[in-house]
Design a protein around this ligand. Structure first.
Ligand SMILES: Cc1cc2nc3c(=O)[nH]c(=O)nc-3n(C[C@H](O)[C@H](O)[C@H](O)COP(=O)(O)OP(=O)(O)OC[C@H]3O[C@@H](n4cnc5c(N)ncnc54)[C@H](O)[C@@H]3O)c2cc1C
Length: 558
């Protein structure tokens, strides 16, 4: 099998078991079409099918398929029949000897043949090119665009498929989604020779199929950095939300060898916000994804290493070095650490919800699921700004959005500007004094049982999509016994550690902890993970910057 330059994304393929004939067809095709089309040549049906599968996975297009009728193992009609499963839109030509014209005529019905061409086809100017020109004209009038980006084939109600889409979106990896029940999804499954039982199937831009990949595998295959390049840094930042990204930008720009370690995707909670309207310098608001993308590029520009799918599971003090350990047993060291691990959504403990999470029930992932809301009646649970923003965003796609709030009003928990926006959007309604007490559904959400908290009355409503924004908790159990935390698990720092005038337990330095320094010298905390923090993007970024200033002070005065 021979091919032409990789840059041409549309191919013509010719298959003939006689190498002489195969070469002659390819030569004639190349002479007239080689500038615009890649001419692929194969000497058996099996080889040609394999080439078609690979092209499909890479997202290339195939305009014309020419197959010889008489081939051992798989004749031309059988081959074209199978090729149609992969590229149904490609125009099909059968090459036949005069004696086989009967079979060729039958093939018009079997494989919807566009043309049969008698051998020999000399001169091609008369017998070959006019046929192919006409077929190309027909092919070009239909909408054919190559799909270079990552492709995800999955099932709408699969929790892992939803996680993978969310992961790619939050890492700003462009992808195209295909439902496994739809014809193009099935063609991609066929091209990858995947059974469709294990989903999602992710096809990388290079055309490599990955069945049910882990986040780490996905990250490394779509070009995200996951492995530290050194074993010792000046500064390790744990967490890639606004606080961590802020710390990485300031740390790296001020010459510190800096690595940022993020468990999933950079952006943290802010990355999931559809519109941040109160961040300084963005009078028209900015989406969390845009802000994150810029911050990540800025950090990388200054030389910070930004790693994703790197969860830190332990922190050790090793003399003057601070060590972080990963689940795979590896570790890296640094002079200093900034904890910027933020908070994670609380789960609602109502029967049925856990089993339906990712199958119609979503915690905070309003952005990636927005397209699924088209013309649906959806529910949003929560009374804070995050729920309000999601409702406003989803209302653009949904038929109706109902915000369920346990308390008697939104005024106590949501900003005035959002309450006003919500009141002005006709397809959003707010139900106060209402809580979700049960969710029902077989393989996806079908109903919700709601309870009026004032009267105790219950009712069941049909529901396919529920988004929950019900507060958040810090994920800091892995720091237990290492740094001092408050009763809710938030990390204590600076003056809060010495509220009674005493030094923190185990603190051996003759100075008090700096403002954002934890009970371990050289380990700082910034953003939502800090006890008594403001829980705002601007304050998280500001604390990231301030922590870096304190890192410098710590390094100077060691
Ligand atoms: C939907 C939504 C809308 C919001 N809208 C606004 C708004 O309009 N204005 C505003 O000011 N604020 C808003 N907020 C709040 C704001 O986003 C947060 O205050 C801010 O993101 C906090 O930043 P952070 O860096 O401290 O933590 P986070 O954003 O929570 O980021 C922490 C990061 O650390 C990672 N991490 C956690 N543990 C580990 C570990 N062990 N190893 C590696 N990584 C780890 C997490 O995966 C996460 O990415 C909103 C929040 C949400 C959820």
């Amino acid at each position: 099998m021979t091919e032409q330059p990789e840059t041409i994304r549309t191919a013509m393929i010719t298959v003939d078991d006689d190498p002489g004939v195969s070469r002659a067809v390819a030569r004639d095709l190349r002479r007239r079409y080689g500038q615009r089309y890649r001419i692929v040549r194969a000497e058996s049906g099996a080889d040609a099918l394999e080439a078609l599968r690979q092209m499909k996975l890479r997202g290339d297009l195939v305009a014309v398929i020419l197959a010889d009728y008489r081939m051992p193992e798989m004749n031309g009609i059988e081959f074209l029949e199978r090729a149609m499963d992969i590229y149904p839109g490609a125009r099909r030509i059968l090459l036949t000897a005069y004696a086989d014209t009967g079979a060729a005529i039958d093939a018009i019905n079997v494989v919807d043949l566009d043309h049969y061409l008698l051998k020999p086809w000399d001169p091609p100017e008369e017998k070959l090119y006019p046929v192919i020109d006409a077929l190309l004209d027909a092919w070009l009038t239909s909408d054919h665009r190559p799909v270079p980006e990552t492709k995800v084939v999955g099932h709408r109600w699969s929790a892992r498929c939803s996680e993978v889409r969310e992961f790619l979106a939050r890492n700003q990896v462009p992808y195209r989604w295909y439902n496994s029940d739809e014809p193009e999804g099935q063609r991609l499954l066929e091209a990858a020779q995947a059974d469709g039982l294990s989903l999602p199937l992710v096809i990388t831009p290079a055309g490599d199929p990955l069945v049910e990949p882990s986040d780490a595998e996905l990250a490394s295959r779509v070009g995200l950095a996951t492995t530290p390049s050194k074993d010792f840094y000046d500064l390790i930042v744990i967490g890639g939300g606004p606080a961590g990204l802020g710390a990485a930008v300031y740390g790296a720009s001020e010459g510190l060898r800096t690595v940022l370690l993020e468990r999933t995707a950079t952006g943290g909670q802010a990355g999931q916000s559809s519109r941040i309207e109160n961040y300084l310098g963005f009078p028209d608001g900015v989406s969390g994804a845009q802000l994150t993308d810029r911050a990540r590029r800025q950090a990388a520009k200054f030389g910070a290493e930004v790693l994703t799918t790197r969860e830190v599971i332990a922190l050790d003090v090793c003399g003057s070095a601070r060590r972080v350990r990963f689940a795979d047993g590896t570790s890296i060291d640094a002079h200093t650490i900034i904890l910027a691990t933020g908070v994670t959504y609380r789960r609602l403990a109502a029967p049925g919800l856990d089993g339906l999470t990712g199958r119609g029930v979503y915690y905070g992932s309003a952005l990636t699921e927005a397209s699924a809301c088209l013309d649906q009646d959806i529910y949003v649970v929560g009374g804070a700004n995050s729920a309000g923003q999601a409702a406003v965003y989803l209302a653009r796609h949904a038929k109706s959005v109902t915000i369920l709030v346990r308390g008697p009003s939104l005024e106590r928990s949501m900003s005035y500007y959002l309450i006003k926006q919500i009141a002005d959007i006709p397809n959003i309604s707010v139900r106060t004094c209402t809580e979700v007490i049960e969710a029902g559904g077989e393989d996806h959400l079908e109903s919700l049982t709601l309870r009026n908290t004032a009267t105790g009355a219950t009712e069941t409503a049909d529901a396919q999509l529920l988004f929950l924004f019900i507060g958040a908790a810090p994920l800091t159990d892995w720091l237990d016994g290492v740094v001092v935390r408050d009763s809710a698990g938030f990390v204590m720092a600076g003056p809060d550690l010495a509220a009674d005038g005493d030094r923190p337990r185990g603190w051996e330095l003759d100075r008090m902890p700096y403002h954002l320094e934890t009970s371990v010298p050289g380990v700082f905390v910034a953003g939502d993970a800090r006890s008594e923090s403001a829980k705002r993007v601007a304050s998280a970024v500001g604390e990231g910057a301030l922590a870096v200033m304190l890192v410098h002070r710590y390094l100077e005065k060691r």
